[in-house]
Design a binder for this molecule. Structure first.
Ligand code: HAM
Length: 415
C-alpha cells in the first residue's frame, strides 16, 4: 500500500479531473459508495472460484460477528446500491465512481494491495450502443491526454446457455490434457473451467492457447450484439482487435468484454477493463437488469500518461506575500484575503513564521511564485506595496494598494 506524495498526487488530481469532466459530459453521474461491504456480496458477484475471492480479499469479522470485506472492486457495490436505493426500478442509470480497492496480491510494479479505480457503469441498457459509447468515451480520454501506446482488445462471452455449451467443450478438452494441468486448474476443471483460461501460470499458457474458444459457441443474439458493437466502433474510428481468449478474472460477465492494454508498463498491461454483466443484478436478488461498465486502474493510468510524456499543470503560487515590520503582518493577511476575493483564481501564498527580508525572499523564490509582494512599514504608511517579478529580470514596482487587484489581474491574464 502506497503513499501518494504531493508531486505525484498533483498528477493524479489532474488526470482524475480530466476523466471526470469527460464522463460527466457524456451524462454519467457520480455515485459514492462504502469501502466495506458484506463479504457475501463479493462472493456472489465476482464468483467463489476466482483468484479475487479465493486468495485476495481482505475479510474480517466486525464486533457483531458479521463478515465484512474491503472492496476488491466497485461493480458489485454499484449493483447493490442500485438495488437497495431503488435506482433500477423502471429507470436507467449512467454512473461513475472512484476510490481505493483492496486485493491481497503479490505487490509488483503496477500491482498493489491498495490501488485505485475510476469506474463507469451503465445499468438498464441492453443494446451494443452503450457498450460502444463506453469504449468511445475511454478512447476520448487517451486522445485528450495524448496517450498513445495503448490498444483495445474485445471479445464476447455469450449468454449463460451458450457458455454452458462452451463449458462442456472446455471440460472435454482440459480433461484430455489433465496430466499437464497445474493444481489450481485441476480444481477449477470441475468447479469453474472458464477460470483455467485466466491462469497466470506460464507453464499453462501453451495448453490454454490450444483450448476451444468461446466465439465458436456463441448464440445468435450474442453474435448479433457483438457485430453491432464492432460496427459502431468501426464507424467511430476506434481500432480494436478481437481476442477470443480474453475472459477476464470475474465471473459476472456476459457478452461483451474488453481491455485497453499497453506494452509500455511491463507485465501489468491492462489499464482499463470491463464488460457486460447482464445477470448480476438478478443474481443478487434484483430484477433482471442489463448492465455494462469499465474500471480504470489509476496507478497504471498515471504511469502510462507519464510514459507517454504527459505532465500535469503545476500548482505554483501566483504571488508570495512578504511582510516586514510593525503591523505589516495583519495588513498582509487582510490583503491576501482581498486578492482572493477580487482576482479570480489567484493563488496567494503568505509568508508564515516571520523572518528577515532575505529569508522571506528566499522562501518566495523557492515557492516558484511569479511575483513577490513586499509590504514594509514605509510602504504601509503610504498605502503602497512593492511588486517584484521573480521569474524575469524586470524591476520592482511600487503599487498603490487600491490598484493592486487590478494590476495583478492584468499581469496574470497576460494583459
Ligand atoms: P479488473 O480487471 O479486476 O476489473 O480491474 C480493472 C482495472 O483495475 C485493471 O485493468 C487494472 O488497471 C486495475 N487493477 C486491478 N487490480 C489491480 C492491482 N492490484 N493494482 C493496480 N491496479 C489494478 C474490475 O475490477 C471490474 N469491476 C471492472 C468493471 C467495471 N467491469 C464492469 N464494470
Amino acid at each position: 500500500m502506497n503513499d501518494i506524495l504531493p508531486g505525484v498526487a498533483n498528477t493524479w488530481r489532474y488526470l482524475e479531473s480530466v476523466v471526470q469532466d469527460i464522463v460527466q459530459s457524456y451524462g454519467y453521474e457520480e455515485i459514492r459508495l462504502p469501502i466495506l461491504e458484506d463479504t457475501d456480496l463479493f462472493k456472489r458477484s465476482i464468483g467463489e472460484v476466482t483468484d479475487i475471492v479465493e486468495k485476495e480479499m481482505y475479510t474480517f469479522e466486525d464486533r457483531n460477528g458479521e463478515s465484512l470485506t474491503l472492496r476488491p472492486e466497485a461493480t458489485a457495490s454499484v449493483a447493490r446500491a442500485g438495488m437497495t436505493n431503488g435506482l433500477l426500478h423502471n429507470q436507467k442509470q449512467k454512473l461513475w465512481t472512484s476510490g481505493p480497492m483492496f486485493r491481497y496480491e503479490k505487490p509488483q510494479k503496477g500491482r498493489y494491495r491498495q490501488f485505485h479505480q475510476f469506474n463507469v457503469e451503465a445499468l438498464g441498457y441492453d443494446g451494443p450502443d452503450i457498450d460502444a459509447e463506453l469504449i468511445i468515451m475511454s478512447a476520448r480520454m487517451w486522445q485528450r491526454l495524448g496517450i498513445g501506446k495503448i490498444r483495445l482488445e474485445i471479445n464476447s462471452l455469450g449468454v449463460p446457455e451458450s457458455r454452458a455449451r462452451y463449458r462442456e467443450a472446455l471440460v472435454g478438452y482440459f480433461s484430455g490434457v489433465k496430466n499437464r494441468l497445474d493444481e489450481d486448474s485441476i480444481r477449477r476443471l470441475e468447479q469453474n473451467p472458464l477460470r483455467i483460461l485466466d491462469s497466470k501460470n506460464p507453464d499453462m499458457q501453451e495448453i490454454i492457447q490450444a483450448a476451444p474458444v468461446m466465439l465458436d459457441y456463441l448464440d445468435d443474439e450474442s453474435v448479433e450484439h457483438f457485430a453491432g458493437l464492432k460496427a459502431l466502433l468501426d464507424a467511430a474510428g476506434v481500432p480494436f482487435e478481437v481476442n477470443p481468449r480474453l475472459v477476464r478474472g470475474l465471473d459476472y460477465y456476459s457478452r461483451t468484454v474488453f481491455e485497453w492494454i499497453t506494452d509500455a508498463l511491463g507485465s501489468q498491461g491492462a489499464v482499463c477493463s470491463g464488460g457486460r454483466y447482464d445477470g448480476l443484478v438478478e443474481k443478487l436478488g434484483g430484477r433482471a437488469t442489463p448492465a455494462v461498465g469499465w474500471a480504470m486502474g489509476i496507478e497504471r493510468f498515471v504511469a502510462l500518461y507519464e510514459a507517454c510524456g504527459g505532465e500535469s499543470p503545476l500548482t505554483v503560487p501566483d504571488v508570495y506575500i512578504a511582510a516586514l515590520g510593525e503591523g505589516t503582518q495583519a495588513r498582509a493577511f487582510a490583503l491576501a484575503e482581498e486578492l482572493r476575493d477580487q482576482v479570480a483564481g489567484i493563488r496567494v501564498e503568505m509568508n508564515l513564521g516571520g523572518g528577515s527580508f532575505k529569508s522571506q525572499m528566499k522562501r518566495a523564490d523557492k515557492s516558484s511564485a511569479a511575483y513577490a509582494l513586499i509590504l514594509g512599514e514605509q510602504e504601509l504608511s503610504q498605502d503602497r506595496i512593492g511588486l517584484k517579478p521573480l521569474r524575469s529580470g524586470d524591476e520592482q514596482e511600487s503599487i498603490a494598494l487600491d490598484d493592486l487587484a487590478a494590476v495583478l489581474q492584468g499581469k496574470l491574464s497576460g494583459a
